[in-house]
Ligand binder design. Structure first.
Ligand SMILES: Nc1ncnc2c1ncn2[C@@H]1O[C@H](COP(=O)(O)OP(=O)(O)OP(=O)(O)O)[C@@H](O)[C@H]1O
Ligand SMILES: [Mg+2]
Length: 251
């Protein structure tokens, strides 16, 4: 089994060396938990430490915003892009067909070993919107369904869109990280409640209060094709990026 190192030491240790090559890994967490930082660090480390090309697909922050965030951690994205080790693609809300086609073109041409999609939540939300607009009949059903708290038709549509989307991603010859938003107190492992079943791996990020203190904790909830640490790991956002201490909280 070839392992793809994140270059984040504590995380690689917890993963017994890294992500199994080709895995599709979901990184889920609430606002500000560090999803964009960790996923960018995965690509920056891949480029700097292993000379592997990384593609960052952003649906939320523009390239300028990502560069601004990265420069805080001392990462020069422009330099990596000039060396053809990194490519950042920013897509605003787009329809599914256009999005996938454009991604597939970039992947075919750039041949990245590592891919990040930040975030898959925005992507599926926008696909859902375009489906709703396209399909009048579905809109009618949806209106009828609106009497129930969670429209079942919408759940089914989201499932179909996600299975299709993640299935296409899995065909890429790359190890992929997808970020997903998690709402406070949610029992699910992703915003949509479906991705965690399709993904090969799931890592959740959260804030935990212990008395007066607040900790950031990370947990590998699932990682197909490898054994891994199951306990919560402490992590912090430092001027060098994310540090995973590997220390259990013991709670
Ligand atoms: N230089 C820094 N040193 C330490 N912590 C920082 C630094 N810069 C940002 N942070 C922390 O990182 C957080 C943002 O991280 P990031 O953007 O990766 O999170 P995110 O989960 O992607 O957020 P969002 O939900 O907005 O997409 C900030 O809320 C802040 O707490
Ligand atoms: Mg983010």
């Amino acid at each position: 089994m070839i392992k793809v190192k994140t270059g984040i030491q504590g995380l690689d240790k917890a993963l017994n060396g890294g992500f199994p090559e080709g895995n599709l890994v979901l990184l889920s967490g609430g606002a500000g938990t560090g999803k964009s930082t960790i996923s960018m660090q995965y690509l920056v480390n891949g480029a700097k430490l292993f000379g592997e090309r990384g593609l960052f697909i952003s649906t939320e922050q523009s390239e300028e915003e990502l560069q601004k965030a990265a420069s805080q951690y001392g990462w020069n994205l422009t330099d990596l892009e000039n060396r053809n080790l990194l490519r950042v693609v920013y897509y605003k809300v787009l329809s599914e067909d256009h999005f996938l086609q454009r991604i597939e073109e970039v992947v075919k041409e750039f041949k990245p070993k590592r891919i990040v999609v930040d975030s898959v939540t925005t992507l599926t939300d926008s696909m859902m919107m375009s489906e709703l607009q396209k399909d009048q009949a579905f809109s009618m059903v949806k209106i009828a369904d609106n009497v129930s708290p969670v429209p079942r038709t919408e759940q089914i549509m989201t499932k179909i869109i996600l299975y299709n989307l993640l299935g296409r991603f899995k065909e890429f010859d790359a190890t992929i990280m997808l970020t997903s938003e998690l709402y406070e107190d949610s029992k699910k492992l992703s915003a949509d409640g479906v991705s965690e079943f399709v993904a090969d791996g799931v890592i959740t990020l959260e804030y935990i209060s212990v008395g007066q203190n607040v900790f950031r904790t990370m947990r590998i909830r699932k990682m197909r094709y490898t054994d891994h640490e199951r306990a919560s790991l402490n992590y912090e956002l430092s001027p060098q990026g994310v540090n995973v201490s590997g220390q259990e909280l013991g709670i």
